[in-house]
Design a protein around this ligand. Structure first.
Ligand code: ADP
Ligand code: MG
Length: 385
């Protein structure tokens, strides 16, 4: 584990501890209701024996998730608390391992310094015999599983609406409420987890980035994330700022409303499919048919309007998460305030026609989800899982 031998671990873990008042949240009103950021990390180191015992020796029956990293196991600590243990799996390629270690440490260095009801709670880590992150267990798993697993009950409108508002609160906290701006970069349904009461928690901070307050945005390579959720300026130029997450949040709203995946089996993007309904305000066309008419039409229109603003191709015309919450929660919506000038509208259409440009023979196709994923030195994009 090269990163553990380097100074990177120390540096990453100390990132959030430096407190510069100039970097504190500029939008005091937006976060007045939020809990204060933790002054020091609240997590601890676990021994290998503790995590091993909790997960019944990393028993295959305890696996609750698989991702780019490796497996996630459920377990019970000695004090009775339910936990999820994310274990880094080693691969045959050293370069791939180094990348995974870096993402793992990024996650530890980021999520270890945040605390909010709508952000996954890190309890600690174990650096013995591999790398392990220990989180509070989110009983109901991911929003993706709840929306798309046919064996589970259909999510009700109230649950979906609560998830939309809670996730918006968590994102606003990451953007505005932390000592430093955090851009998540991989907001999607499989990274939003649900507790017993369907309260959402943003998780998986492997791609997250701290952004210094003096930078408006940051250009990042390689481009990583998930097809169907990537903002156009990020996909084409690697430009990252809060609006990258706002775009992905817009796609997430569409997924909650429609019950469709960001990219479907025929490689059609959800956004391209939804655009005509959003433009014409056709509620019935967009809403998940499994809901029948069991939804609040006022809330649905509001969510549709917010989704259409968030998923705008022009980043400057997307709302901030503070504005998203105002739109979701306050009475009047002024369509006029959000109207784009004609010139901007002309460039507006963004879809995933680009997907057709990838030659199926050359690129990696994910068998399970049947959605394309590319990996190159410049670009590493996963299928939506
Ligand atoms: N705290 C948790 N509680 C319950 N399930 C979890 C938890 N953390 C992760 N999972 C499950 O594991 C899956 C993968 O975890 P994630 O952190 O997204 O890893 P990756 O970076 O590999 O995508 C999630 O989609 C979810 O199903
Ligand atoms: Mg994930």
């Amino acid at each position: 584990m090269n990163y553990l031998r380097s100074r990177s671990l120390k540096r990453l873990l100390s990132l959030g501890r430096r407190s510069n008042p100039d970097e504190e949240c500029a939008d005091a009103d937006a976060v007045a209701a939020e809990p204060p950021p933790p002054s020091k990390p609240t997590w601890r180191c676990f021994s290998y024996e503790e995590v091993d015992q909790a997960t019944n020796g990393f028993h295959p029956d305890n696996v609750v998730g698989r991702g780019g990293y490796g497996e996630v196991y459920c377990g019970i600590l000695e004090d009775g608390r339910a936990v999820a243990v994310k274990r880094l799996a080693s691969s045959s390629a050293a370069a791939a391992d180094e990348k995974k270690e870096k993402d793992f440490l990024t996650e530890l260095g980021t999520v270890g310094h945040v605390r909010h009801p709508n952000v996954s709670c890190l309890l600690g880590c174990c650096l013995d015999r591999g790398l392990h992150l220990v989180f509070e267990f989110s009983t109901r798993g991911s929003v993706s599983a709840n929306l798309h697993d046919e064996k589970r009950p259909v999510m009700t409108w109230a649950q979906r609406h609560g998830v939309a508002v809670g996730t918006a609160r968590g994102l606003r906290y990451l953007h505005k409420g932390c000592a430093r701006r955090i851009i998540h970069r991989d907001i999607k349904a499989s990274n939003i987890l649900l507790d017993a009461d369907y309260e959402p928690q943003i998780s998986d901070f492997g791609l997250a980035r701290w952004l210094p307050s003096e930078w408006t945005h940051h250009a990042i390579a390689p481009i990583e994330g998930t097809f169907g959720c990537l903002a156009p300026e990020y996909f084409t130029h690697g430009i990252v700022d809060e609006k990258t997450d706002v775009f992905a949040f817009g796609v997430f709203l569409l997924e909650l409303i429609s019950g469709r995946k960001p990219v479907d089996g025929s490689h059609m993007s959800l956004l391209a499919w939804a655009k005509p309904y959003l433009n014409d305000g056709v509620v019935q066309g967009l809403v998940d048919p499994r809901l029948g008419d069991a939804y609040d039409a006022g809330q649905l229109r509001r969510l549709m309007f917010v989704a259409s603003l968030c998923a705008r191709s022009a980043a400057a015309w997307r709302p901030t998460m503070t504005e998203v919450l105002e739109l979701l929660e306050s009475g009047e919506i002024s369509q006029e305030r959000w109207r784009m000038p004609e010139e901007a509208v002309e460039d507006e259409f963004w879809d995933f026609d680009d997907l057709d440009d990838f030659d199926e023979d050359d690129d990696d196709y994910d068998d399970e989800s049947d959605t394309p994923s590319i990996t190159s030195s410049a670009c590493s994009i996963h299928a939506n899982d």
